[in-house]
Write a protein that binds this ligand. Structure first.
Ligand code: TXA
Ligand code: MG
Length: 317
């Protein structure tokens, strides 16, 4: 099921996508489960195999800005922004063109569409070779931790569900893309992620709106519990309680340290892998997590950890 990088393997993956099958592709954030975004039949498989609520829309991936313009409107004042950060770990929510031929399942009936140009070479190779926009959520079962290696994906799905997984190594960033809504009056953050708010604000020369509560209407995927390991999670732990194992950050003693030197990039890249590893540790009842600073990639890390610690209802994405 896992295909290493080889022109013949890429061709296999391309044909599978064109036949309407699902192919998992590496991106710099997390692995995505890709389907032809123009085909209802292909897109519906994503919802089926993930067990994802149908009202939760998907991100459309393309290889270049030019490819976006047939289905979405990029306001001219944001062209520079798009060119500066794409390809990269940011998704833009744009007005969907009326004549867009995207499957309506992709946008779940919204008048906007989420778009991203990833920079992982294997993702770009697939997108260019297939010549279709690809809808791709993270390649995990709904509500579970996102995959950052090809084996995470292979272990979650059967070959009937996912035809191939393109090998792309461990994801460099390790948390999902930042989602910025440009369809509103003010640029608005819908999900903190791989591109920091600070970097975007420095480029735009203004503040980005950050809703206190991520509303279900604006960002239907932002249901509370998400990215959850099987074990319960306790945040901001300064010491260990009985039955706990520590997911550390900085100079603390534990087998699972996101970054001993306190580097937030390293911590993001280790987050999902270590949550999975902790889930496998025998005889522990809970994962305790060291405090993580709320800045740079720390916002995305804390967002995912809060969801992992949230009450387990209404799982999503
Ligand atoms: O890094 C990523 O973004 C990965 C890789 C594979 O690209 N994808 C990913 O997709 O994280 P997913 O489906 O797990 O998360 C997409 C999020 C969901 O919360 C969804 O609700 C939101 O994007 N979304 C999609 N379309 C939207 C729209 N039109 N308006 C607002 N939110 C939207
Ligand atoms: Mg997801």
């Amino acid at each position: 099921m896992i295909l290493d990088s080889h022109p013949q393997n890429l061709e296999k993956a391309v044909r599978a996508v064109q036949r309407g099958q699902l192919v998992a592709m590496p991106t710099e954030t997390v692995y995505g489960l890709a389907a032809n975004a123009l085909s209802d039949e292909a897109v519906v498989k994503i919802f089926e195999v993930k067990g994802r609520p149908r009202f939760n829309p998907l991100i459309v991936h393309v290889p270049s800005l030019q490819d976006i313009l047939s289905f979405a409107e990029l306001p001219s004042c944001y062209e520079h922004f798009a060119k500066a950060f794409w390809p990269g770990p940011v998704t833009l929510v744009l007005k969907r063109r009326k004549e867009a031929s995207l499957s309506l399942l992709v946008t779940a009936g919204l008048e906007t569409v989420a778009v991203r140009i990833p920079h992982h070479p294997e993702a770009l190779n697939l997108l260019k070779a297939v010549g279709l926009p690809l809808a791709a959520p993270s390649a995990n079962k709904s509500g579970k931790v996102s995959p950052t290696t090809s084996t995470h994906v292979r272990d979650a799905f059967t070959e009937q569900e996912v035809a191939y997984v393109l090998e792309g190594g461990a994801c460099e960033i390790g948390v999902e893309s930042t989602i910025l809504d440009l369809s509103l009056k003010e640029p608005t953050l819908l999900r903190p992620g791989g591109l920091s708010v600070e970097e975007m604000e420095a480029f735009l020369g203004k503040k980005i709106k950050q809703p206190q509560m991520f509303s279900h209407i604006n960002a239907p995927g932002q249901l509370e519990s998400h990215y959850a390991p099987s074990l319960p999670v306790r945040l901001n732990a300064l010491n260990l309680q009985e039955g706990e194992m520590l997911l550390g950050f900085g100079s603390v003693e534990t087998d699972f340290n996101l970054s001993k030197s306190g580097n937030l990039r390293e911590a993001a890249a280790n987050l999902f892998k270590m949550l999975r590893q902790l889930d496998e540790v025998k005889n522990i009842k809970r994962i305790a997590v060291s405090p993580i600073p709320e800045e740079g990639l720390g916002r995305a890390i804390n967002d995912r950890l809060r969801r992992a610690a949230a009450p387990r209802e209404g799982l999503s994405g």
